[in-house]
Design a protein around this ligand. Structure first.
Ligand SMILES: C[S@@+](CC[C@H](N)C(=O)[O-])C[C@H]1O[C@@H](n2cnc3c(N)ncnc32)[C@H](O)[C@@H]1O
Length: 433
């Protein structure tokens, strides 16, 4: 029998079958060797499909930790069996990092497998890398915008990571509106990360009301069917309403009514193909918001006026991975944007503000029209004329450090020796006094 006394060691493991490289199982046990044998006997001792541990660790309370893993990675669990998680190298790194960093983690363990043939082929990816396809993560969301591919959904850990940075008082007695396909289902895996975060933390945050809408688009990201609906949670009461003719679009009159009359805070990851209209709608409403969008927005024409007029600024974090409808991890460069105050922006430290002559030569140059270009977040502190910076400097809080955007209607495309450089924006030091 497996020892179950209090003294029995407790383990969390990640195991994988050689014929299922896109999946792994995460579980708990008191006896790693026995558990591995059980897995391998399940496959009928097939020599072709061998289970092998990818990772195992001794922990203090395996049940508690396993439950936390389920919550943390719920979008990465397969429908049929709660033990099965999606696997690729980036996801695996996420599982291991979470376990290693947990306060219940004791130490990593290594299990030797006797049979030489039990070698698991660890695949690095289930899909070709962006590099393989000649793309950068930034291209992906820009491409998504062009080809109307809106089906990227946000991972729970990214929502939690960003929202945990804001003081709880911003939610107290507030109505939160998640208005872009933030579906709610009995099965948490068919619930958007935004909805789930607010449902799970409703009381803890002291929310007054949560309203989430499901969009009846062509791709049904959360298996919610073809009808738009409005989910409302007040206290412990939850209702789902399917108003006649309602499609769940953020600009449907009913959604706009909720936005105007009920919402205090709007939180979502809107469709990339409609991002321009979405920003206009939400910013015009005057409501507080915390939304995800393309990392290049601060240097993209349609959004520049909002940054210049200080109606929006970067949130705390970027987002490098989303999930596609098959729940595979896809790389794309997103960022949080908000109009909530950002306290002591941690990314200020990436701005290297110093006299122009101290900026290393390789990070400053003049373009063909004699405009100064600075890279790598170097910023001249004593330069009076406009100069061009990348989106990164704006995301790191440059506009909060006494610099302003020069032209609210344009991004800046520099040419050096006739050769076009990447897109930037012109900024200038504000006059003192
Ligand atoms: C980028 S995904 C994000 C989904 C979800 N909010 C999340 O964060 O996981 C955007 C979603 O908005 C949906 N959508 C497209 N047009 C919409 C519209 N006009 N109104 C509301 N949602 C829309 C898309 O089908 C897609 O499911």
């Amino acid at each position: 029998m497996t020892p179950t006394s209090e003294k029995a060691k407790q383990y969390i493991y990640v195991v994988q079958a050689s014929l299922e490289p896109g999946k792994c199982k995460i579980g708990k046990t008191n006896d790693l060797e026995r558990r591995l044998k059980e897995y391998n006997s399940m496959t009928g001792k097939s020599k072709d499909n061998v289970y092998q541990y990818l990772f195992s660790a001794e922990v203090k309370n395996m049940t508690k930790l396993e439950n936390e893993i389920k919550v943390m990675f719920l979008h990465l669990r397969e429908e049929a069996s709660k033990e099965i998680y999606f696997y690729n190298s980036a996801l695996f790194k996420g599982y291991v990092e979470f376990i290693n960093a947990h306060k219940l983690f004791v130490k990593e363990t290594f299990i030797k497998v006797e049979e030489k043939k039990q070698v698991v082929k660890i695949v690095s990816r289930t899909t070709p890398s962006l590099e393989d396809r000649g793309l950068s993560p930034k291209d992906v969301l820009q491409k998504a915008q062009k080809v109307n591919n809106d089906e990227f959904y946000t991972r729970y850990e990214d929502v939690e990571k960003e929202f945990s940075m804001y003081p709880k008082k911003i939610w107290k007695n507030k109505t939160v509106f998640c208005n872009c396909d933030d579906a709610v289902d009995d099965d948490e895996r068919n619930t958007s990360a935004f909805s789930l975060y607010f449902i799970q933390n409703f009381h803890e945050l002291g929310l007054k009301k949560l309203i989430c809408t499901h969009y009846d688009g062509v791709v049904d990201l959360f298996n919610q069917g073809a009808k738009g609906y409005i989910f409302t949670k007040v206290g412990y009461k939850e209702i789902k309403d399917f108003p006649k003719g309602y499609n769940g679009s953020f600009d449907h009159p009913l959604s706009l009514k909720i936005l105007e009359e009920e919402a205090d805070v709007v939180c979502t990851n809107p469709p990339f193909s409609r991002a321009i209209d979405y920003w206009e709608t939400v910013i015009k409403s005057g409501k507080k918001f915390l939304i995800v969008s393309n990392i290049a927005n601060p240097i993209t024409k349609a959004y520049i006026p909002y940054f210049k007029e200080n109606r929006v600024w970067a949130g705390y974090h970027r987002i490098d991975y989303f999930l596609n409808p098959k729940k595979e991890l896809v790389e794309a460069s997103g960022h949080w944007y908000t109009n909530f105050p950002i306290k002591n922006r941690p990314k200020y430290k990436h701005l290297k503000i110093m006299p122009l002559k101290e900026i290393p030569e390789k990070y400053k140059r003049y373009d063909d029209s004699k405009t100064l270009l600075v890279d790598h977040c170097y910023i001249p502190s004593d330069y009076k004329k406009p100069f061009a910076v990348s989106a990164r400097s704006i995301l790191n809080g440059l506009l909060e450090k006494g610099y302003k955007i020069v032209d609210k209607n344009a991004d800046y495309i520099a040419f050096v020796n006739g050769k076009q450089c990447f897109r930037r924006i012109l900024v200038q030091k504000e006059q003192e006094g």
